[in-house]
Write a protein that binds this ligand. Structure first.
Ligand code: HPA
Length: 273
């Protein structure tokens, strides 16, 4: 079991000295969705490079900032610059933003991500609420993080992802007249995109969208007593489902096109959380 309090004491101390308020809602921005930080009133932006022990995001489109912002009187922490397994980081490094948010008393976390569409009725540009998670077996990493009995000590992840947040996101989509898909987010660890054969397996086992983040963050948030929900931006057809070669550029391009809807959905959701 990893002692996050000891490992990241200096990080937490540094952040605590700089925060303008305790956030109510944390939003982690996925690939290509980083612009959202400019769409709300930012009170304070902390470059993560100024924080001790904070890993550097190496992915294009993931700038490292913790933005403290307000929207409709809600106090928000926006995490810009996600930390991924495929960058070579460990589980404790990947969940560090979640750890910090929970230690700042934040109770809700919205994890956003770019994902490949596996369900054949999904198309690039669709937004998907995660109804459940599956994928590469993270039990080893999760056990390393919270210990073997970690699941039992807490609520056993009964409400995971949070159905309460999910309902509010669905209401937000209805009010904003945005079509919202729902499905199983399937995590792979990367570093490369999947093979067509892997995607056929994912589909056979019930996956609707595939990505490389979110699940462990959601586990850990739940363990820390937070409510967690996930919205995916379907940025591409998953491998083998179209003739087009998969690329990070395509992911960024689609995210750019869908960002207006994404922004409206997230803003309305924040109002309802
Ligand atoms: N696979 C995994 N991760 C992704 C994809 C994908 O097709 N698209 C965006 N993130």
């Amino acid at each position: 079991m990893i002692n996050m309090n000891a490992k990241y004491r200096s990080t937490l101390e540094a952040v605590s000295k700089l925060i303008p308020f305790e956030p109510e809602i944390c939003i982690v921005l996925g690939s290509g969705l980083g612009d959202f930080a400019d769409k709300v009133e930012t009170v304070k932006s902390i470059p993560t490079s100024s924080l001790p022990e904070y890993p550097k995001s190496t992915v294009q489109g993931h700038q490292g900032f913790l933005h403290f912002a307000e929207y409709k009187k809600k106090k928000i922490l926006i995490v810009q610059g996600r930390i991924h397994f495929y960058e070579g980081y460990s589980i404790s490094q990947c969940v560090l933003p979640v750890f910090l948010a929970s230690k700042l008393n934040c109770k809700n976390i919205l994890l956003t991500n770019a994902a490949g569409g596996v369900n054949p009725i999904f198309h690039p540009g669709d937004l998907m609420l995660a109804s459940s998670f599956n994928g590469v077996n993270l039990k080893k990493e999760i056990t390393e993080l919270i210990g073997l009995t970690g699941l039992n000590e807490r609520n056993g992840f009964i409400d995971f992802p949070s159905s309460e947040m999910g309902k509010k996101i669905k209401t937000a989509a209805l009010e904003e007249k945005i079509e919202l898909r729902e499905g199983v987010y399937w995590i792979t660890k990367g570093p490369s995109y999947e093979t067509p054969a892997e995607i056929r397996m994912v589909r056979r086992y019930g996956g609707d969208a595939v990505g490389m983040s979110t699940v462990h963050e959601s586990y850990y948030a739940s363990y820390m007593g937070m409510k967690a929900a996930s919205i995916s931006c379907i940025t591409n057809y998953a491998a083998g489902l179209s003739d087009q070669k998969l690329s990070h550029a395509e992911v960024m391009e689609t995210a750019e096109k869908v960002k207006m809807n994404f922004e409206r959905l997230v803003k309305k959701s924040i109002e309802l959380f």
